[in-house]
Design a protein around this ligand. Structure first.
Ligand code: PLP
Length: 363
């Protein structure tokens, strides 16, 4: 039987045609197709600005830099995320303070952001938005890590509109809902932040046209974090299918919930009233995770663990990770089941049957 991956991009003829059109044109790196993708991202999120970057990690790095975070600043974030959420704060020299997740959202508890935090990087884990209205205190900078959450909605509108944040970061890696191969973006409503993001992705260059058409300065160092037009063309074409992708993910998640109801499995938190889940992932909680993981893998079911908590990595031994009991309890049993738009119902039935068999053989 064909193996079932845990995630897979959906690429159709429209996407291929959009990329081919750019390849046949004059411009390959950042140009008009990047601008068009940024316009499409502004339309989808409702933000005033969208700035594309070469990855979600670059987007988070740029957001931390643009916001002026640096040495002496404490950045609070979730330990239950891909390391990039915390790494970005470290890249600019800030210290990371991990905040325990809540058992009923699996997101960082907004009421427990430490009083000395200059910033919070709020990760919308699996695609369920953090309720930023519940921040006990608004730090100087609020950044959303929405790598999982394009297409999610809060009572204040689409994730990415920055209703309660300064900057919102997206990833377009192939397992994400919308892909550009590699790619990312930051949205913001702040003109000055948008200008800094654009500067950062292009070596920190500031043109000085009054001194000559060729003259520029680099007042602060930036990077080459540009997205290419080839990637952006794919992104615009993918974004046109966002609604369909997220609706399908929600439908499959609902079906998993029904199929798993009689198994001894902890289900992921559902979206509260007024929120829409993007279901980038469908993580469950099981006993004897190692055996279940090995059984599923042996039987062709792609499963992953999202995530080893970041504070456990060697490179994080110097960072602040006070008691994280909910994160540790959750991590002990976490397992993501396959979820992607092309997943068929009979694939899903097979996943659930193998999961049931794995749970039966566990001691
Ligand atoms: C929560 C989260 N943040 C950031 C990233 C980094 O994105 P990218 O892989 O595009 O650099 C990822 C992706 O893996 C992620 O899952």
């Amino acid at each position: 039987m064909e193996p079932i991956p845990y995630g897979r991009q959906w690429i159709d003829d429209d996407d291929v045609a959009a990329v081919v059109a750019v390849l046949r044109g004059d411009w390959l790196t950042q140009g008009p197709a990047v601008e068009a993708f940024e316009d499409a991202l502004r339309a989808v999120t409702g933000a005033r600005h969208a700035v594309c970057l070469s990855s979600g990690t670059a987007a988070l790095h740029a957001a931390c830099w643009a916001a002026g975070l640096g040495p002496g600043d404490v950045v609070a974030t979730s330990p239950l995320s891909f390391a990039a959420s915390a790494n970005a704060a470290r890249y600019v020299g800030a210290e990371v303070a991990f905040v325990d997740v809540e058992p009923d959202t699996w997101n960082l508890d907004p009421s427990r952001v430490p009083a000395d935090a200059a910033a919070v990087v709020a990760v919308h884990y699996a695609g369920l938005p953090v309720d930023l209205r519940r921040l006990s205190r608004r730090p100087r900078v609020v950044i959303e890590d929405a790598a999982h959450a394009i297409g999610a909605v809060t009572p204040d509108g689409p994730v990415g509109n920055c209703a309660h944040s300064d900057l919102c970061c997206f990833s377009f890696h192939p397992v994400k809902t919308v892909t550009t191969g590699e790619g990312g973006a930051v949205t913001t409503n702040d003109d000055a932040l948008a200008e800094r993001l654009r500067r950062f992705r292009h070596h920190g260059i500031v043109a000085r046209p009054d001194e000559g058409g060729w003259v520029y300065d680099i007042p602060e160092l930036g990077y080459n974090y540009r997205l290419t037009d080839v990637q952006a063309a794919l992104g615009t074409s993918q974004l046109a299918k966002l609604e369909r992708f997220v609706a399908r993910r929600n439908e499959l998640a609902g079906r998993y919930r029904a199929l798993l109801v009689d198994l001894d499995v902890g289900l992921p938190p559902a979206a509260p009233a007024g929120f829409r889940h993007a279901y980038h992932l469908f993580p469950v909680h099981v006993a004897h995770r190692r055996r279940v993981y090995d059984h599923l893998r042996r039987n062709g079911i792609g499963t992953q663990v999202h995530y080893v908590p970041t504070y456990r990595f060697g490179a994080y031994s110097s960072q602040r990770a006070r008691a994280l009991p909910h994160t540790d309890a959750l991590y002990a049993g976490l397992l993501s089941l396959p979820l992607f738009p092309a997943l068929r119902h009979d694939d899903q039935d097979r996943v659930v049957a193998e999961l049931a068999a794995a749970l039966e053989t566990a001691p």
